[in-house]
Design a protein around this ligand. Structure first.
Ligand SMILES: NC(=O)c1ccc[n+]([C@@H]2O[C@H](COP(=O)([O-])OP(=O)(O)OC[C@H]3O[C@@H](n4cnc5c(N)ncnc54)[C@H](OP(=O)(O)O)[C@@H]3O)[C@@H](O)[C@H]2O)c1
Length: 290
């Protein structure tokens, strides 16, 4: 499949030796309700993935735990054989149980198994980027990440993984991971209304490490704030556009992976993220968290 030469908002970022568009796509919402089972609209899900690549997106975020296996298999069906420009980032560290829970699974054996499962469901010989996901539904939790990173670095040495990142982590875990091996990104929850990683983002930027906010639009609960409504109304833009444009302007090392199950929303978000915010707009939006 061919990719477009369209210039997406935000330009590009170098993730290690790979260049990706800062406007990426998060595939989690393609699975069924609460990220379990097949999508309500399978053809629509395939269409969204193909449209993302046709629009020039070269960073797609997934996990074999989405569905489970559902999202990876959709990506394979929609995009395989993968264009060389497209980087697929997956994550390991949790399984799914029958109730839809996300039980932790991060022993060396668990991680090796998950890497092989991702290779199989994506139909890949090597995973472009693997994020070690710590924490749980309540966010990052304290605890050592060293053994997990040693295991993944070993699998990288074997040629099964291109690059490594970490997800749902504390700043201490980021620092500990970096004592074990090189990482190219940190993927944590962050958006206009949830800014506890502000300091971490700035320190990663100084070290040329990407920060990939998950739930950029609020995730399962859309972002709501008076200042967001006010700025969006004044700019005659959607709240999603303002939220994405704010992230792109917040720091060069921020890579977007907004999720959607609809082609129309994907197109809207691409157009919306190119919105230019003035210093006054940004100051009003910054107050949301103060
Ligand atoms: N590392 C982790 O632990 C972790 C955790 C969660 C997520 N993630 C990753 O982060 C990605 C992004 O998170 P997310 O997808 O859950 O949340 P999100 O991007 O904040 O929001 C997605 C939601 O916004 C809606 N939406 C998107 N564009 C819209 C538009 N233009 N108009 C109206 N509604 C719109 C989507 O609904 P429609 O489908 O109707 O468009 C969907 O319900 C995920 O896809 C996943 O890859 C990682």
């Amino acid at each position: 499949m061919t990719t477009a030469s369209t210039t997406l908002p935000g330009g590009t970022w170098n993730l290690g030796d790979r260049t990706v568009t800062r406007f990426g796509y998060g595939a989690m919402q393609l699975a069924g309700p609460w990220v379990m089972g097949p999508p309500a609209d399978r053809d629509g899900a395939i269409a969204v993935l193909r449209e993302a690549v046709a629009q020039g997106v070269t960073h797609i975020d997934t996990s074999d735990a989405y569905g489970p296996r559902v999202t990876n298999e959709l990506i394979r069906e929609a995009l395989h054989p993968y264009p060389g420009s497209v980087l697929i980032a997956t994550k390991v560290g949790a399984n799914r149980d029958a109730e839809g829970g996300w039980p932790t699974a991060r022993t060396p054996e668990d991680l090796r198994k998950q890497v092989h499962e991702n290779l199989e469901s994506l139909g890949a010989e090597r995973l472009d980027l693997v994020n070690m996901r710590m924490g749980d539904a309540n966010g990052p939790q304290p605890g050592s990440i060293a053994e997990a990173m040693e295991t993944l670095a070993g699998l990288q040495q074997e040629g099964l993984i291109g690059q490594l990142g970490v997800s749902n982590v504390t700043a201490e875990q980021v620092a500990e991971a970096r004592t074990v091996t090189s990482i190219v990104c940190v993927q944590n929850m962050y958006n206009l209304a949830n800014r506890w990683d502000d300091h971490l983002i700035d320190s990663l930027a100084a070290d040329n490490i990407a920060y990939v906010p998950f739930f950029p639009l609020g995730g399962f609960t859309p972002l709501q704030a008076d200042a967001l409504t006010a700025v969006a109304t004044r700019l005659e833009a959607t709240q999603m556009a303002v939220a994405l444009a704010w992230l792109l302007q917040r720091s060069e090392n921020i890579l977007l992976i907004p999720g959607t199950s609809k082609v129309a929303h994907l197109r809207e978000n691409i157009t919306g993220a190119s919105l230019s915010l003035t210093a006054q707009d940004v100051a009003e939006l910054d107050n949301i968290n103060s």
